[in-house]
Write a protein that binds this ligand. Structure first.
Ligand code: DAH
Length: 360
């Protein structure tokens, strides 16, 4: 019997010494497991005489029960301690001040900022934002916009083409945002008033051209939209965007296949020691192309030119960002250099609003 007592003292000692659940599990296996010390004792019962077995059996089973109970108690204690330790380690003091840096350390890219500004200005005039894919069909990028097959105007766009697909047709990276005009007219009935900001692509690279750049397109279609409306919209936009009270604009005749008549627009400015000021001066700077939507384009998009008419314009976002924020070179726009971004970028929580000032 004293052997049993010794064993029990030993096992109970190991149980209370187990510091965590895995250690406790090892003690359990060593005692009650198949090859454990208590199991080994139980296995000796078979060879005993019936009388001896009766007393020894009761004693060993009682030992087994006490060990099992001690194991369960210790397990509860260890579980509780583990939870306490975890809660202590993962404590979060929500009353602590926010770490400096964080949202304040990031910067909004000038292109994103200018897109937000554009959206704000045109939303105020009742325009919504329309979008289209960067990978376009030749049909939407050119044909429906009245660039006939083989027309030299197609050559003006140095296009990135994909290899022809199973249908023999070549997809392309859109060379302008004008295909979103087509998508919008095909998808919704007039009156239409949208701007379409987005990425565009041409094979071109120097200080003021990058293979990927950004444009914003504008489109208005209804029964009466006219050049006077176009002029007003563009003037209001330029005043709001460049944050000046007055701006003189010059409309020069030009050519785009999708508009008739077509114009290029210059705005008045003064160049002074590397700086450009708008709303004053004798210089002119070209900022966009525009015109009345060509009847062929309306027809190609399922609209009757006898019933509907409209105007459109297209503008380089990177270019107007450079002009407004005085960035001399376009290439760093696409280099993701944090030093450039922290210099030219904008604070993330400064949303442009017309009421609060666009670039304030
Ligand atoms: N899509 C023209 C380009 O990328 C820009 C443009 C000119 C768009 C006149 C228009 C427009 O909507 O009316 O060169």
């Amino acid at each position: 019997m004293s052997d049993l007592q010794t064993l029990e003292t030993e096992i109970l000692g190991q149980i209370s010494a187990a510091g965590d659940e895995p250690a406790l599990e090892s003690v359990r296996v060593a005692a009650l497991g198949k090859k454990g010390s208590v199991s080994a004792l139980l296995a000796t019962l078979g060879k005993m005489a019936p009388d001896e077995r009766k007393t020894a059996g009761a004693a060993i089973n009682a030992l087994k029960d006490r060990v099992a109970e001690a194991l369960a108690d210790r397990k509860t204690v260890l579980k509780g301690a583990a939870l306490e330790a975890r809660l202590a380690a993962e404590t979060l003091d929500v009353t602590l001040p926010v770490r400096s840096g964080g949202p304040d350390a990031g910067r909004i890219h000038p292109v994103s900022k200018v897109m937000e500004e554009l959206t704000e200005i045109f939303a105020d005039m009742g325009f919504s934002v329309a979008e289209g894919p960067d990978i376009e069909s030749d049909d939407y990028n050119f044909t429906k916009l009245n660039f006939p097959e083989g027309h030299p105007a197609r050559e003006m766009h140095d296009t990135f083409f994909f290899n022809p697909g199973a249908d023999g047709k070549r997809k392309l990276l859109r060379t302008h945002t004008s295909p979103v005009q087509v998508r919008t007219m095909l998808a919704q009935k007039p009156p239409i008033r949208v701007i379409c900001p987005g990425r565009t692509y041409r094979i071109d690279s120097d200080a003021t051209h990058t293979p990927q750049f950004h444009q914003v397109e504008g489109l208005v279609i209804d029964r009466t939209a006219n050049m006077g409306n176009l002029k007003w919209v563009l003037e209001e936009f330029c005043k709001a965007f460049f944050e000046v009270k007055n701006v003189k604009m010059r409309f020069r005749p030009s050519f785009f296949p999708f508009t008739e008549p077509s114009m290029e627009v210059d705005i008045q400015c003064r160049r002074q020691g590397g700086e450009i000021r708008f709303g004053e001066g004798e210089d002119w700077l070209e900022i966009l192309g525009c015109g009345m939507v060509h009847p062929n384009v309306l027809r190609n998009c399922g609209l009757d030119p006898e019933e509907f008419q409209g105007f459109a314009w297209g503008m380089g976002i990177d270019r107007i960002a450079m002009l407004k924020y005085g960035m001399p070179d376009l290439r760093p726009f696409f280099e993701a250099d944090v030093r450039w971004l922290s210099h030219y970028g904008f604070r993330p929580l400064d949303f442009p609003t017309l009421a609060g000032g666009l670039s304030a």
